[in-house]
Design a protein around this ligand. Sequence first.
Ligand code: GLU
Length: 422
Amino acid sequence: MASILSLEQETNPWLAAEARFDEAAEKLQLDDGMRKVLKSPAREITVNIPVQLDDGRLEVFTGYRVQHSIARGPGKGGIRFSPDVTIDEVRALASWMTWKCAVVNIPFGGAKGGVICEPNLLSDGELERITRRYTAEIIEFLGPERDVPAPDVNTNERTMAWIMDTYSMHVRHTTTAVVTGKPLSLGGSRGRPEATGRGCMLVTLEALKRLRMDPQSTRVVIQGFGNVGGMAARLMQNMGFKIIAIIEYDVAVVNQNGLDIPSLMAHRKETGSVRDFPGSENMDRLEALFLDCEVLLPAATEAVIHSGNVDRLRCKILCEGANGPTTSVADAILADKGIFVIPDILANAGGVTVSYFEWVQDRQGFFWNEDLVNERLKEIMVDSFSAVVAYADRHRVNNRTAAYMVALDRVASAIRLRGIYA
Ligand code: GLU
């Protein structure tokens, strides 16, 4: 299969999403009509947003919001700001949100947004104007019952506060439940910032139990040190894992005895990079992916594991913190190598799960303490992990296919029960 696809085709996220979908749909023996419905995004919105830059020039930015499915509830999914955003990427990410919400069985469909821009080169004011105008352009498709955005790559609590405010100004009353991942003081949920990393930690613990491995002798390599990778690193270290390498966009740092994560965070804050962290060695960021370890946690971007490098992986467990870090061509090789994969739509579902809790709390106007959030998150992650792994055993498929089969089946059954409105 590797030979018929160029690396560019292989790493196209929408092709990856389709390949996984097709395999699961085939195994579920879904009919052609249902396949078409499940595969086609319900709505794709493109907006060109004029924004005045600080120097007075006018610039036009292109943004997307794709609502892949709203069969099980409102659209749900993040908004990313990046120069690499494409409609294919947003479409794939939106479909992954549909499957992710279905795997953990929370009452949402799937959506995703993106704006093509380079946030590092924009001022706070410019980012705010982009965010507000983008929100205004897609406003009729947003709402607590319609589509609920959240943070993603290069967006954060502050971005969500701007979206909440813009939406609220338009509808003339404060509507906190229109976005999740907000600041705590604006209807955010306790535990949301850590939720994706915590979910990764929880499912990794379950995988270790299943493989009869001990957290105390578990070496972890993490790619990405942001909201997902950074939080997962901190929480995993607290559980006794040894984080032997952190890979960032510029360099990797390695210490076989384990990196101290809070000190590494402080070092990065001070110097702007993880490079030259005392007691560690700098390493080429691409090479560090192939370090011998028990757990590899890619928590950065898509398609970092592909047919060109999957052979070199030396982990026992691959916990996919990022969305789509592995291409579909690499899947078969992972299976041959006997690597236990915790697929993205399960592994990183902790974030959207606590987003669901945030939405529930906002709508009730009644807020939970952190222990309750974490307890409920744990219950959902552990149950979903067990359900996927049991399904994989029962149907003799790999974990990823099992997760997709569970998800597709849930969404298909919602569509069947609702019927097609004509
Ligand atoms: N952007 C996150 C994800 O990819 C969170 C989405 C959400 O909370 O809605 O899962």
